[in-house]
Write a protein that binds this ligand. Structure first.
Ligand code: 4NP
Length: 172
């Protein structure tokens, strides 16, 4: 057991836009809540196109303008992530396609239960179930800067709800 006892992994398609942004925002909120020694946050993509790459420059610019830091190297999630000793306790997917892809990697029911939609932690959306398009963080890759600002606002609302729930989640 390391000094951290709860591991959160955010997941999108390419691991260069949404999930690294979610990682940075959640980590900042976890720090603010005084939980940084207990909670580790990282990120991954369901595809491997951007393994080893930095985050998208638009994602980095949006984060830095809002006061967030991020050091990033793209990774791809695989089925092994569900069985390694320090496996994630919570996998937060950005859209329904990411959700389906990560659930498909999970070996059993208890692993599937650890996969949640990131926006389901937004208190305004908490009643929605995976598959509902209102829970999707839209992919900003093909759009302009405004898309990244919209993504950041969605992630901040969800991260606030998540951190409020963390004391309960960690205890489980
Ligand atoms: P992300 O965005 O899943 O939020 O990291 C994308 C990044 C790259 C690609 C698609 C989505 N791509 O096609 O390379």
């Amino acid at each position: 057991m390391t000094s951290t006892d709860y591991r959160i992994t955010t997941v999108c398609l390419g691991n260069i836009c949404r999930s690294p942004m979610a990682e940075a925002v959640i980590r900042a909120r976890v720090d603010d809540a005084g939980l940084s020694t207990r909670v580790r946050v990282d990120s991954a993509g369901t595809d491997g196109w951007h393994i080893g790459e930095d985050a998208d420059p638009r994602a980095l610019q949006t984060l830095r303008a809002a006061g967030y830091d991020l050091a990033h190297s793209g990774r791809q999630i695989t089925a092994e992530w569900f069985v390694e000793p320090d496996r994630p306790d919570l996998l937060l997917t950005m859209d329904s396609a990411n959700y389906a892809a990560v659930v498909a990697l999970a070996p059993d029911e208890s692993a599937r239960d650890r996969v949640r939609m990131m926006r389901s932690f937004d208190p305004a959306l908490a009643s929605l179930v995976p598959g509902d398009p209102r829970l999707d963080v839209p992919d900003p890759w093909y759009g302009d800067h405004d898309g990244f600002a919209d993504v950041l606002a969605m992630l901040e609302a969800a991260a606030d709800g998540l951190v409020a729930d963390l004391p309960l989640l960690i205890r489980r």
